[in-house]
Design a protein around this ligand. Sequence first.
Ligand code: B12
Ligand code: SF4
Length: 500
Amino acid sequence: MTVHLINPSHVAFGVGVITPRWLYVLASATPGSYGTPVLTDETLEPLDTTIIKAGDVVGIGIHTGNALRGYEIGTAARAAGAHVVFGGIHATLYPEEARDLGGAHAVVTGDGEGVWPVVLRDCAAGGPNPLYNGGRLEPEEFLPGRWDLLPEGRYMWASVQTVRGCPKHCSFCSVWRTDGQRARQRHVDRVLDEVVDLRRRGFRFIALADDNFYPVTLEDLRMASRRHDPSHLEELKATRAERFELMAGLERLPPDTVFFTQITMEAAEDPEFLDAMRRAHIKGALVGVESVTPEGLKDIHKNFNQSGEALVERLREFRRHGVHVLGSFIFGLPSDRPETFEACLSVAERADLAFAQFVMLTPFPGTLDFATWEKSIGPDPERVGGIPVTRHWLIPQARRPKVYIEHPVMSADQIRQRTQMVWDRFYSLRSIWKRSCVVQSLKARLAFLLISKIYRQMYANTGIATDSARVSRSARRARLMAVPCRYLFAGRPMPDLQLR
Ligand code: B12
Ligand code: SF4
């Protein structure tokens, strides 16, 4: 019985930007008695289905965007006589869909590493149960990845998770509902061991695959200190202290280490935290800016963000402390107006951002926005090839409409065109070159330019592009650029590395 773990994708780039962490974590959770699992990441190359034999176990992890490809693989694996098991965020939200359309014998909801050995045991005993609830594990139960199984030189960034869950409740995000609002922080030593393992293998660039690296804000502490019962305050202080302990540990890594994380902009009010990040080699962070207007922030339950000039100042604060920002903006919020696009571009250009992404408001399953949108559409939604648009991920890629929430004053096309304009202007050669002054040498500036362009091309696939010709063109370009890009990220293996 061979155990296969498959990360589905419609497009393969030959080179991956970030290691799909779940593959390596589930490989760790696979007991040695079942042999070494065979990992396939279709973002590198398509699966060869002939490797799947009757009696094998095929584990497929899906998010909404790759669910349909996952179902194709599941169906083929079932036809080959394998036990088919689905997991991941989309399977957690729609377990019955994986069974109906993906050939699943079993679906694992929630965190997978705890329950995976039980699933394998049941498969080996003849057949798994239809449903396993992996729940939300405690941090000491999280596993590191089996990085010894990584194909050499195929990924630019490794990924390590330090915390699961986010205390906020943004309306477009499913994380707080699936991963929970309690920050489940991994033990510092376990994170450090994993990072050292990756550096020994030659990874210099590591993405911290966290929902929110800053789970306790200064405002949270202030509010808790006003409460009569001090226990909540103590809990928050302990969580915060652990973050600092982790960063102090990361600080001991070789100076050329580069981490990237995701964080709320409240961290900008916490200079002590930002300085600790810089010392910990966390040189970049995705910051969810989302909207530049107070009305926009209200639309998405993100009132803790700043808007207007205060926003520009807040974002600049990151750079002042040596943390480069990838600003993430959303267009198509109900309060957006035609002039919002220029206003947003102006903020993006003045806020000392290194990179930015501009996405259109999309109702992802599991979010509050999705629930409202689905309800608003009513019981008889428009269909494409018989499939309701409220299940748009099941529509074949070539015919899949981009689904956006209807806007009170702009058509989807208008929002798309304006979004496109913002991308084009932010990533014009001139703008990129201007921003590239964050690095010193000519070589580094050229690398910055290349990375900006590749980011732009890769994003065109998942983000704004709608027609398939444009998507394949972007994929081709991204593929061409990805190969030289890989060398920019390659590090020197450090087999003897010990923390200072
Ligand atoms: C890091 C990350 C990224 C990275 C790296 C992706 C990569 N190569 O790994 C980048 C920045 C590239 C990225 C991009 C995007 N992402 Co993202 N990303 C994440 C993030 C923060 C962490 C993922 C992670 O590595 N977690 C750690 C691993 C160990 O956890 P896990 O994947 O959940 O797996 C566990 C379980 O789900 C389960 N499991 C998973 N698979 C399987 C399979 C089996 C067989 C079993 C038994 C169990 C199992 O067990 C695992 C261990 O417990 C998640 C948020 C989250 N909390 O998941 C969002 C998240 C997955 N991303 C999301 C989105 C929307 C996107 C984008 C579409 C954003 C955009 N607008 O463009 C793009 C899509 C890219 C693409 N085409 O795939 C959404 C997905 C929502 C949905 N319904 O699908 C999430 C949930 C965030 C959110 N805001 O809601 N992302
Ligand atoms: S968007 Fe970010 S801050 Fe908001 S709930 Fe999701 S992870 Fe948390």
